[in-house]
Design a protein around this ligand. Structure first.
Ligand code: C2O
Ligand code: CU
Length: 473
């Protein structure tokens, strides 16, 4: 059905209040306890048509944003009031294995699980989402995703835009039936309806000043090439600054006019509306399969994302005193290793998605790497195919992208993008590309997952395990 573009105001997910604030008796740190219910809800998306059924954290989608200061610990009780199993993963957190959302560690309807998070990492934009075995795509598509932000004093000291000017921007794409109900996630798909913070093609009112936008691609299967332009002149892109990626701040802001973002990646951007008072600015997505970088299907309106109406003046005419300093931080890269990288090939074997020919549902073959806790390793991620791209996520670690090489005639020829030079936990592995990443496998021993974050690929079975608990022979 036809949707009225830019007609609904973009919501900002509410910030979750802890139910209890206490002290961890073991280490004296402040500890916050939260309770989130996984709950079905219906919502009228298309005016005049039937309601669509979703399942979200606290019965909303995206779920509430959890914000914790760095070093404050948290326990989140996820109560399963839905009719399907779940497992919750806090993406980007170095959680202990027992709280990392292992796909088979599922919580059944009517039960709950308490997840403990250390929040000891530097300031960053994390997100929590479902990770249940073979159900991740469906659960996330129906709404089980939310943002989780670690606030860091060191970031606050930089005087970046904050508070009312620091917005989650959670992208997704979905598909609806002619009667307005949600089309199933099975047999997907790129989705033709682009959502930001849970609303299709919304609008937002902004002041002529700087904003920090925390972009997250929470789509099941859709990558974006994001750019800003005046709605009356879409050919002139307006540059902006990328200040952070998955694992926190970059060394220096990177100015760009186009930002590629694939599933599960996060980029924090500062966009300055100050010279644009009174204008209408559109956030767009590159058409033509993300400008030839992706393999995503284009639809009539998949090149549109949202619209900003810029006010004539800032509120109470207050000056914008925020800043984007040239030095953001010194990034704690892993100490380089000269090891020969371990190879992981992401492709299709016998009609299923595999890593080195292994499927996650094969309990024996899926353990593809042993890594001693505390060591630095290089992994070579290989996509020999030209039909698909794979955003690859490694749990537990932050990695540095060492190289991206084109290996075939249908490759994109893309190099490491300037905004991919910080620390990340997802890398977009393009067609016929090989990417080498380097990470410090710490701090915890345990069995962790790595996988393609195209949730259809992940569910069908492009996921494997590595073990940082290595016993001597
Ligand atoms: Cu965002 Cu293993 O997941
Ligand atoms: Cu994939």
């Amino acid at each position: 059905p036809q949707y009225p573009m830019f007609s609904v105001e973009m919501p900002i997910p509410p910030v979750k209040e802890p139910k209890l604030v206490t002290t961890n008796p073991a280490n004296g740190r402040e500890m916050r306890y939260y309770e989130i219910e996984i709950q079905g809800f219906s919502k009228q998306v298309y005016p005049g048509l039937s309601e669509a059924e979703f399942v979200g954290y606290d019965g909303i989608s995206p779920g509430p944003t959890i914000r914790v200061p760095r070093g404050v610990e948290s326990v989140v009780r996820f109560v399963n009031n839905a009719n399907q199993n779940n497992s919750v993963h806090l993406h980007g957190s170095f959680s202990r294995a027992a709280f990392d959302g292992w796909a088979e560690d599922m919580t059944q309807p009517g039960e709950y699980k308490d997840y403990y998070y250390p929040n000891r990492q530097s300031g960053r934009t994390l997100w929590y989402h479902d990770h249940a075995m073979h159900l991740t795509a469906e659960n996330a598509y129906k709404g089980q995703a939310g943002m989780y932000i670690i606030d860091d004093e060191a970031e606050h000291a930089l005087n970046l835009p904050e508070g009312d000017y620091d917005w989650p921007m959670i992208l997704a794409s979905k598909q609806f039936n002619a009667d307005g109900t949600l089309a199933p996630a099975t047999g997907l798909f790129f989705g033709d309806v682009i959502h930001v913070n849970g609303e299709p093609w919304p609008f937002a009112n902004v002041e002529p000043r700087k904003y920090r936008f925390r972009f997250l691609d929470a789509a099941v299967t859709r990558s974006f090439g994001l750019y800003f332009a005046n709605s009356e002149d879409l050919t002139t892109r307006i540059p902006f600054q990328v200040i952070a990626s998955d694992s926190g701040l970059l060394e220096h802001p990177v100015e760009t006019e186009l930002l590629y973002i694939s599933m599960a990646e996060r980029y924090d951007v500062v966009f300055d509306f100050s010279g644009l008072a009174g204008q209408t600015i559109d956030l767009r997505n590159l058409a033509g399969q993300v400008g030839g970088i992706g393999t995503d299907t284009d639809y009539d309106n998949s090149d549109k994302v949202m619209r900003f109406h810029v006010a004539e003046e800032t509120e109470n005419n207050e000056p914008d005193n925020s800043d984007v300093p040239e030095n953001l931080r010194s990034v704690p890269y892993p100490t380089p290793t000269d090891m020969e990288p371990k190879d992981f090939v992401f492709n299709r074997t016998n009609n299923v998605w595999t890593i080195n020919g292994a499927r996650f549902s094969d309990p024996v073959g899926r353990l593809l790497a042993n890594v001693s806790t505390g060591t630095v390793q290089r992994w070579r991620l290989i996509n020999t195919g030209a039909g698909w791209t794979h955003p690859i996520h490694i749990h537990l670690v932050d990695f540095r992208i060492i190289s991206r090489t084109n290996t075939g005639a249908q490759g994109t020829g893309r190099d490491i993008m300037p905004y991919e030079t910080g620390l990340k936990d997802v890398v977009w592995l393009g067609r016929q590309e090989t990417v080498v990443v380097e990470a410090h496998y710490a701090p915890f021993p345990g069995l962790y997952m790595f996988h393609c974050h195209n949730l259809i690929h992940e569910d069908t079975d492009m996921m494997a395990a590595f073990n940082t608990t290595v016993l001597p022979d």
